[in-house]
Design a binder for this molecule. Structure first.
Ligand code: S6P
Ligand code: ZN
Length: 197
């Protein structure tokens, strides 16, 4: 069973295998299927149908064994499958860090976007290989695959930041991201109704 290492750590050589979407040495591996994304897509009925019929993998998160502890600097490789649900691109759940601290994502392959929201303002960063998206402290973040291939990025974040998923359920991300006739369409999202404004 892969797990985080216990401190004190020794210097580590970590290899992220991009095609395999794995880390070596390996830490925790998270597999998020459609069934674990309840209430996040606009088309919740369609999501439920898909969860009951095949339950496809939407994304995986392969972490190194560096622990999520104060003063450590964990890393993870997120790989999001291509696809849409009711026109809305496949995406991560999205979260806020309870202990507000900065984080970076480095795009390794595919085409995607980094949606960030501080509770009032939404920001969208287009991600292509070689681009770093920087999330300042206090900005919730969600990743979206806007391409036809897998979208993959490396995340590096402070070990004491923590993860609050309920914040996004309660506050939304300010926008939803859809496939339009000529590309990406960003629509305002009202959290009170769950439908675009
Ligand atoms: C951790 C970092 C990423 C995400 C991953 C999955 O701080 O932001 O490793 O955990 O991209 O997203 P989510 O929203 O399901 O955690
Ligand atoms: Zn994060």
């Amino acid at each position: 069973m892969p797990s985080f290492l216990a401190p004190p750590l020794q210097p580590l050589r970590i290899r992220f295998d991009s095609p395999a979407a794995t880390a070596e040495p390996a830490g925790p591996l998270l597999v998020r299927r459609m069934s674990s994304l309840e209430g996040l897509f606009e088309a919740e009925g369609l999501r439920r149908e898909l969860a009951d019929a095949g339950d496809p993998i939407v994304y995986t998160v392969a972490s190194s064994p560096v622990p999520e502890l104060p003063r450590e600097l964990p890393q993870s490789l997120t790989t999001i499958a291509p696809g849409t649900l009711g026109g809305e691109f496949y995406m991560t759940k999205g979260h806020q860090h309870p202990d507000p601290q900065g984080e970076i994502y480095l795009c390794l392959r595919g085409t995607g976007g980094l949606l960030t929201f501080d509770g009032a303002t939404t920001s969208w960063i287009e991600m292509t290989p070689g681009v770093i998206g920087y999330m300042p402290p206090g900005w919730a973040h969600r990743s979206i695959n806007t391409g036809d291939e897998e979208y993959q990025f490396l995340a590096v974040y402070p070990g004491s930041a923590g993860h609050d998923y309920q914040w996004v359920v309660e506050n939304g991300m300010g926008e939803r991201i859809f496939r339009g006739p000529t590309g990406v369409v960003r629509r305002p999202f009202r959290v009170d109704t769950g439908v675009p404004a």
